[in-house]
Design a protein around this ligand. Structure first.
Ligand SMILES: [Zn+2]
Ligand SMILES: [Zn+2]
Length: 268
């Protein structure tokens, strides 16, 4: 089974207006038999989005429409492809109650979701670590060193794994080495992956999956998968299922990078 488990939609405020249909047609044309729409869930009301346009998550008012439209298209194409309904939910340290409330309200509607860390709580502010090289550098400044930023990133992913977000908590961890997005400009510290084995064991114990995300191949300062190749291999050794994700924000990016990942690591 060819599956793309991480796809955005026209409901993404920083994505494209490409129609749901165009994503589905693209997936079918590329031979996929399963796809999950994982729009960025609305951010908790208690949280102020640190990116300039405050457009990291979808609008709360569009939730019902998002769910309805995906259920419709799922039916329309049921003979051709298995379409799953989900969200990419942010784990934001200190804002767990809002996330839990969201999941308790909408979780029963969902087939398949991802839990991602994009925001880190710094000494003086929250930072979006994947927005731009400049915002990454601002985060390094606030943390005091790139080592501290990496440590906080992996500690936050660990908290996302252990956090109680209720019975509908997503069971797939998004792009687990996103902190490497700009590593070709800001080199990762030596031994940056030291926290990884423990983190992977925790993920395995929970029976969670990993998003094997190919978007990094197309970011000029990254050029590798998330998680990085050696982490993907370690994960599989621990029995953690890797689910390929294009992280498409335009329809023709569905399936992107599938030929670049290590396909032998993939589980259906
Ligand atoms: Zn996005
Ligand atoms: Zn993401």
């Amino acid at each position: 089974m060819l599956r793309d488990g991480h796809i955005h939609t026209p409901y993404c405020p920083h994505g494209s207006r490409d129609s749901l249909k165009s994503y589905v047609e693209e997936a079918i044309n590329k031979g996929f038999t399963s796809m999950t729409f994982t729009e960025h869930a609305p951010l908790p009301k208690t949280f102020t989005d640190p990116v300039p346009d405050k457009d990291s998550g979808m609008e709360q008012q569009l939730l019902e429409s998002y769910i309805t439209k995906i259920k419709e298209i799922k039916k329309e194409y049921q003979k051709n492809i298995d379409i799953l309904l989900g969200f990419e939910v942010d784990y934001i340290e200190g804002h767990e109650p809002g996330t839990r409330t969201f999941l308790n309200e909408y979780g029963s509607e969902l087939d398949d979701s991802i839990l991602s860390v994009h925001f880190l709580k710094g000494p003086s502010a929250y930072h979006c670590i994947d927005f731009s090289p400049e915002s990454f550098l601002a985060a390094v400044d606030d943390f005091g060193s790139i080592e501290m930023l990496y440590n906080t990133y992996f500690a936050t992913v660990e908290k996302s794994v252990s956090s109680d977000l209720g019975v509908y908590k997503p069971e797939r961890i998004g792009h687990m080495s996103l902190v490497r997005k700009f590593h070709q400009r800001f080199p990762s510290p030596d031994n940056w992956d030291e926290p990884v084995p423990k983190l992977l064991r925790q993920i395995a114990e929970k029976n969670y999956q990993l998003d094997y995300n190919a978007a990094g191949f197309f970011k000029s300062l990254c050029q590798e998968s998330y998680p990085a190749p050696h982490i993907a291999e370690q994960a599989v050794e621990l029995g953690i299922p890797l689910i390929y994700g294009s992280d498409a924000h335009i329809s023709n990016a569905v399936g992107q990078g599938f030929n670049k990942i290590n396909q032998t690591l993939i589980k259906g």
